[in-house]
Design a protein around this ligand. Structure first.
Ligand code: GDP
Length: 131
């Protein structure tokens, strides 16, 4: 996902260019504004964390770009491309280093496993929307 902060800052194009240049194939993509309830469902695994309310408020604060990306080693390569959760600790040249402002508003989301990538992809896209 490209998160609401990066959308508001006008960075959709820059981020998609980096994703393309890193060799990811787009399987599915959409621009949408999720509700707080939908954000709570998406981030259910974090519901005990102290930042759950702030996170789901933020994720429903404006439109996002959701996508399914394909590549060998996609999960680990995408996490390398986006950088550490906290942009202050992200490596130079990563998406979060370039475009994120804080640990909460950190420009992009990437799945943390193949299993979660499948669950998260199916959260946003039907089979008919995946190519
Ligand atoms: P990620 O896999 O790198 O996205 O990081 P996590 O799975 O640990 O956290 C999920 C998301 O929760 C992060 O991308 C942030 O948007 C948010 N988050 C994590 N830690 C904090 C925090 O301390 N404060 C706030 N407000 N949000 C956080």
């Amino acid at each position: 996902m490209i998160k609401p902060d990066a959308v508001r800052a006008g960075n959709i194009g820059n981020i998609l260019q980096m994703v393309n240049q890193a060799g990811f194939r787009i399987v599915a993509m959409k621009y949408l504004h999720i509700t707080k309830t939908q954000a709570e469902k998406f981030y259910e695994v974090h519901k005990e964390r102290p930042f759950y309310g702030e996170l789901t408020e933020f994720m429903s604060s404006g439109p996002i770009v959701a996508a399914i990306l394909e590549k060998d080693n996609a999960v680990s390569d995408f996490r390398k491309l986006i950088g550490a959760t906290n942009p202050a600790q992200a490596e130079e040249g990563t998406i979060r280093k370039l475009y994120a402002a804080s640990v909460g508003e950190n420009a992009v989301h990437g799945s943390d496993s193949d299993e979660n990538a499948a669950i998260e992809g199916n959260f946003f896209f039907s089979g008919l929307e995946q190519f």
